[in-house]
Design a binder for this molecule. Structure first.
Ligand code: G16
Length: 540
């Protein structure tokens, strides 16, 4: 094995965003671009002699990247790499495999819900030994290393068959090509009442799971159709494709319209669900309602003890700041703590490790628990299936019963995508400048009780994260939140999050219930004046 040392020069812009480094495939295809970032990981995290997990969502460029990273791992003294067969591992499966095998870390190749293919997006992120995304102090150090890099190490070739399970040697390094589903499926069987769900399917109930031609397909097929006995064909678009069939693999009302149509027809199945590119997001859909992610977290928290893995009750819950406060109401009734973190799953890691929270979730169609350190799409679907199967209630009935008891938090996110970056920054700066005079004033017919730029002090490692989103909170609990996305690859994306709690009128259309807040949010930030946009590109 000959280790080559290749000279290179730093690239601008290799700073990881909300979830790793995401760029166009064409950016990653530039000579040395991927290699620089990977070497920066090896230069930052001591991985000589370590065990590393490697896999991705199967999108275009995945296999090329796997080959490069295996060769660089061998050249940097890694002892063993566990790689998913075909280069495939869902994001939650990477987390599961890291934890189960005691690996030191993992590299995930994914741009999540972003479109794939030669003109689509690619991404890479490093996860630490707890199975979760590296915290900011590590991603900052990786970025710093990308800015001073002058060379990287790689071996000339790695002779192993990515498509055949087994153990291979690449120089002194072991490469284990593992089944991508086995460890994950085993973990799911420890958490859920498989007998009850099997009986529910055996009684003739039906499910429509849209894997969106992405990573969840093999997991959903094995678990739902295989182990749980859902009728063959319940999982649609179950074969991962390099370009996700040309679709946007994002399970939300804007991009999972086929699923929603299937759930609204006369012969609709009993249960609808979808998962995203790397299988960490989920959407659950009833015959009448799409379950909003914020409501999903709240319903799961309120009913967790019906699920065997959570029968002992919850230590606490956590949500990202823009996520609705529906779960806060549940936490209050349960007498458990509810933490509010910045956007980004990495912020839940310390709370989960410290045993302070059991469930956590985000408005961006992410829900998870302490079973791994990533959000988990298939797990969330199994949670809901377990609740439906053991309660005898449908998705809609569970949701409506929840609202009747706890009240409803009408919620929506309006995205203004691919806007000019300078205009987006000016908009946020303008809002920041207004903050001091907003408290006490009236907007949308209500009094503003709090207006700030959210900052987070991690209660475990005491790290401080500032400028995490502009919050306007009204005295009736309604909120408008503004943030710039950290996952887009095209200009800037302004996200406007809208929330209106309601105790009495529980059956309104969310956009109608939020109409006064929507109008106020546009006016306060002068969205049209500064970005030229009158309407959002995506409404979830
Ligand atoms: C990632 C993060 C999530 C975050 C989401 C949206 O999800 O893991 O924590 O909520 O991006 O982030 P932003 O609003 O900055 O675009 P994923 O599924 O894309 O990995």
């Amino acid at each position: 094995m000959t280790i080559q040392t290749i000279s290179t020069r730093a690239f601008d812009g290799q700073k990881p965003g909300t979830s790793g480094l995401r760029k166009k495939v064409t950016v990653f295809q530039q000579p040395h671009y991927l290699e620089n970032f990977v070497q920066a990981v090896f230069d930052t995290v001591p991985l000589a002699g370590a065990t590393l997990v490697l896999g991705g969502d199967g999108r275009f460029h995945n296999r090329v990247a796997v080959d490069t990273i295996v060769r660089m791992a061998a050249a940097n003294g890694v002892a063993r790499v566990l790689v998913g067969q075909g280069g495939l591992l869902s994001t939650p499966a990477v987390s599961c495999v890291i934890r189960k095998h005691g690996a030191d870390g993992g590299i995930i190749l994914s741009a999540s819900h972003n479109p794939g293919g030669p003109d689509g997006d690619f991404g890479i992120k490093y996860n630490i030994g707890n199975g979760g995304p590296a915290p900011e102090k590590i991603t900052d150090a990786i970025y710093a290393a990308t800015q001073t890099i002058t060379e990287y190490r790689i071996v000339e070739s790695a002779e192993f068959d990515l498509d055949a399970l087994g153990r291979y040697s690449v120089g002194d390094m072991i490469v284990d090509v593992i089944d991508p589903v086995d460890d994950y499926a085993e973990l799911m069987q420890q958490l859920f009442d498989f007998d009850a769900i099997r009986a529910w399917f055996a009684a003739g109930h039906t499910l429509h799971f849209d894997a969106m031609s992405a990573a969840s397909g093999p997991y959903a097929t094995r678990l739902l159709e295989g182990l749980l006995g859902a009728p063959a064909g319940s999982v649609v678009n179950g074969v991962p494709l390099e370009d996700f069939g040309g679709h946007h693999p994002d399970p939300n009302p804007a991009h999972a319209t086929d699923l929603i149509d299937a759930m609204r027809g006369n012969s609709a199945p009993d249960f609808g669900a979808a998962s995203d590119g790397d299988a960490d997001r989920n959407m659950v859909v009833g015959r009448k309602h799409n379950v909003s992610p914020s409501d999903s977290l709240a319903v799961l928290a309120a009913n967790a003890t019906l699920i065997p893995g959570y029968a002992k009750g919850l230590a606490g819950v956590a949500r990202s700041m823009p996520t609705s406060c529906a779960v806060d109401v549940v936490a209050k009734e349960l007498g458990i703590e509810c933490f509010e973190t910045p956007t980004g799953w990495k912020f839940f890691g310390n709370l989960l490790d410290a045993g302070k929270v059991t469930l956590c979730g985000e408005e961006s169609y992410g829900t998870g628990s302490d079973h791994v350190r990533e959000k988990d799409g298939v797990w969330a679907v199994l949670c809901w299936l377990n609740l439906v199967a053991t309660s005898g209630k449908s998705i809609d009935e569970l949701l409506e019963a929840h609202w009747a008891h706890f009240g409803r938090h009408y919620y929506s996110r309006h995205d203004f995508e691919a806007i000019d970056t300078a205009a987006a920054n000016a908009l946020v700066d303008g809002l920041r400048a207004k903050l001091p005079i907003l408290v006490g004033s009236e907007l949308a017919g209500k009094r503003i009780a709090l207006a700030d730029d959210f900052a987070y002090d991690d209660p475990i490692d005491h790290s401080h994260s500032a400028k995490q989103g502009i919050r306007i909170v009204f005295d009736d609990g309604a909120r408008i939140v503004y943030r710039l996305s950290g996952t887009g690859t095209d200009g800037a994306t302004l996200r406007v999050y809208l929330e209106q709690p309601e105790r009495e009128r529980l059956d309104l259309d969310a956009q109608e219930a939020l109409a006064p807040l929507i109008a106020a949010s546009r006016e306060l930030a002068d969205i049209k004046g500064l970005t030229g946009r009158e309407v959002p590109t995506v409404v979830t």
